[in-house]
Design a protein around this ligand. Structure first.
Ligand code: SF4
Length: 342
């Protein structure tokens, strides 16, 4: 088998599964968020332009003429590159893969706002036309508590730059990131910021606390109280209700989320999203627990799956076993099951 002769980073967004991956940077220029271990122990660096260009041609040779329509620039922030160098890389990409319709990258707000609007336009015109923004929250308190190193102001400014330049934007939001302490601020201010930005796509994630992170220590020392699964569903209901000026895709694609059917477009699918959430919230507590456990151990993928009597009974027996064992309360079990999924 032919060996890959070009660098590949450790992550890419799930939606880039079929994309060409070209690594422009290594690691994350911030690498301090309390909940994140994506680039743990990896020092950030910008790869030399000549190495990146060599990788592009090596990728072309490796894929033997396969034409890609999309390319994702790894790892954490291609906008950290000098603009001239990034343009050079984008031009080479276009030469090697003329069929590319979309080139995307993660971009940190603090990095992007160091570029001028003219530079952002030049970058978009050269092909980098899709931005992944790890906004996570629109609340200044939550962003500070999680040490995100960005502010709602910088997120908004970077989004304006990106949009004015012509880039599409996908924004990630983490339910539960404010904990019980800042849940209201998290939802209200995230909705406000999303209404201001009006991104092409919002992707929802549900918080799972990775053991060994700073956030894990905060849970243990009592300064962060995680939401229960049901509280996260209620956060999502409030968030959706408050999105009044969003005209784009809204998705729960990651299996860490409970209600995977909340995928579609805003504003048209908003009533359907809310009625799906209300359907879950109207379940009896025993049914809610059954559904949550069934989702977390992969018996169910959608709300309707709870009508499968065989699965329902199997999950019910498991719930009874947990209750009889008396080792932990059920919310703690769900919390631990979510931890295993990240
Ligand atoms: S900016 Fe993103 S990749 Fe970097 S530490 Fe924070 S969450 Fe992780």
């Amino acid at each position: 088998m032919q060996q890959i002769q070009f660098q590949q980073g450790p992550i890419r967004p799930p939606s880039e599964a079929d994309s060409l991956l070209i690594r422009t940077t290594q690691g994350c220029p911030w690498n301090k968020c309390h909940f994140c271990t994506l680039f743990e122990g990896m020092a950030f660096s910008i790869r030399p332009v000549e190495d990146i260009k060599r990788d592009i041609w090596a990728a072309k040779a490796f894929y033997k003429g396969r034409q890609f329509e999309s390319c994702f620039l790894q790892d954490g922030d291609s906008f950290a590159m000098d603009t001239k160098d990034l343009l050079d890389v984008l031009q080479t990409l276009k030469q090697a893969f003329p069929g590319l319709k979309q080139v995307s990258s993660y971009g940190r707000a603090q990095t992007m706002t160091k570029k001028s609007p003219a530079e952002m336009k030049a970058i978009c015109d050269a092909g980098l036309n899709m931005l992944y923004c790890g906004m996570e929250s629109g609340s200044i308190e939550v962003l500070k508590k999680m040490k995100k190193g960005i502010t709602p102001k910088s997120i908004l400014k970077s989004a304006e730059y990106a949009k004015q330049a012509g880039m599409k934007m996908m924004t990630f939001i983490i339910l539960g990131l404010g904990g019980k302490e800042f849940s209201d601020q998290h939802v209200n201010e995230t909705a406000t910021l999303l209404n201001q930005i009006d991104p092409e796509e919002i992707r929802i994630l549900s918080l799972a606390v990775k053991p060994g992170t700073e956030l894990d220590a905060m849970v243990k020392n009592g300064s962060f109280t995680p939401l229960t699964e049901i509280e996260m569903v209620m956060e999502q209901k409030k968030l959706i209700s408050l999105l009044e000026n969003v005209h784009g895709n809204y998705g729960n694609y990651h299996s860490i989320n409970l209600l995977m059917e909340l995928n579609g477009r805003l504003p048209e699918d908003k009533p359907q999203f809310l009625s799906t959430i209300d359907r879950f919230l109207a379940f009896e507590p025993e049914q809610q627990q059954n559904f949550i456990l069934g989702r977390r151990v992969n018996y169910y993928s959608r709300l309707d799956d709870i009508n499968n009597q065989l699965y329902f009974d199997t999950v019910q027996r498991e719930l009874a076993r947990i209750e009889q064992s008396g080792t932990a309360n059920i919310d703690d079990i769900f919390y631990q099951l979510r931890q295993r999924m990240i």
